[in-house]
Design a protein around this ligand. Sequence first.
Ligand SMILES: Cc1cc2nc3c(=O)[nH]c(=O)nc-3n(C[C@H](O)[C@H](O)[C@H](O)COP(=O)(O)OP(=O)(O)OC[C@H]3O[C@@H](n4cnc5c(N)ncnc54)[C@H](O)[C@@H]3O)c2cc1C
Length: 437
Amino acid sequence: MLYKKEDLISYECDGYTMYKGMPRAVVFVKDTEEVSDVVRCLTKEEIPYIARGAGTGLSGGATPLGGEVLISLVKMKRMLRLDLENRKAVVEPGYINLKLTQSISDKGAHCLKYGVTTNHILGLEIVLPSGEIVEIGEGGVPDQPGYDLLGLLTGSEGTLGIVTKVTVKVLKNPEGKKTALAYFDDIDDASQAVSDIIAAGIIPAALEMMDEIAIEGVESAAYPVGHPRDIAGFLLIEVDGIAAGIDDQIEEILAVCKQNNVREVKVAKDEAERSLWWANRKMGFGAMGAMSPDCLVQDGVIPRTRLPEVLAKITEISRKYDLRIANIFHAGDGNLHPLILFDASVPGESERASKAGSECLKVCADVGGSITGEHGVGIEKSAEMRFIFTDEEIAAQTNIRNVFNPEDLLNPGKLFPQPGRCVEVTRRDHEEMHLVP
Ligand SMILES: Cc1cc2nc3c(=O)[nH]c(=O)nc-3n(C[C@H](O)[C@H](O)[C@H](O)COP(=O)(O)OP(=O)(O)OC[C@H]3O[C@@H](n4cnc5c(N)ncnc54)[C@H](O)[C@@H]3O)c2cc1C
């Protein structure tokens, strides 16, 4: 257990560094029974607490704004069962996805590849705030009758219970894959190509997009590819599946790019080139560190057909707040990551970045999208929940939380705006949460 101030400092926040708070203590648990014991003890003493994994979340979900105790799951890192015949594995919460992939890749399997997390979870073991240990899903039946508790718990951002075991799907590695880059002079053409690819009924394994500011960042970082520096953006496209159909699929996609005025297309000649392109893309967020002292990453979702107008509005927001905004997208999913560059040491700049981020999410909500695609709501976007839900809908969801977490000791103040607060001044919610004793 950690309790000295100097040991607690690195637990002040997760990957969302705008708001910080000191935890009362950090408790490292080693198994389900220990989690249950710690939870019972904290509940009895009415001490609030938060489950924390690797602390890489980007919305402040594991940030202790109210002096909570952090229950760290990093020492629960075993794979408990691998059942390749039925294509599933049971792991503890600290057993990370990459490790699972690496440990079974020689057996011809791959995990968590298609869709989002919830599509790959088959069962959970959970410690409820009462200390009770329950199992959800995984009765050997894919779709159990009754409410979808598995979906509810998977999307609960640590507000309903602490997950101590996860049964995940294990997918087979595709037989073949091909990766291409398409460079565009006009970002609208790149956006239209994304829309047309999906409309043509082709579903690539990945369809990623980066704009010119993001390209400037990754080309100055660890894995430069030599992307032209005068393009408006590129698409990184990967198709996979049965080897026989791969060439046709990539040709079809590149033909769509050509119809949309692509400047240049190239197909990775070997695995080394493909890996370099992906390493370059994955440097996206980190590379912003070389461009600016601070960066706020947003996570909106929009219908893919609205990409051009949403991008134009993000450019307007960038001008309005006088802050550079780079764009990295999982374009195939309509999942945008505007990266707002700012300098927290300049008075007022953090507030401008926050407001710019909130406005980007409003644009996404206004075109029928959502305020988060994969990073979650946490504290960062709790006020913005009102962009998509009415007060009644938020109250209904809060009632669900109360069923599991009636004392609100588990991850309090996260996910939902505090009742009765105003949405216009979104950061006020955070400032007020800061003041919780
Ligand atoms: C550079 C970068 C790129 C990313 N790209 C993607 C991407 O492409 N796709 C994607 O989906 N995500 C992406 N993410 C987000 C990533 O998925 C999350 O950061 C990660 O899943 C959080 O896991 P963690 O263990 O660090 O959770 P933490 O940050 O520790 O916690 C996150 C939330 O989960 C809760 N929690 C943690 N463990 C438990 C538990 N055992 N039981 C109950 N609640 C718990 C916490 O209370 C908190 O609310 C990216 C993040 C980064 C930093």
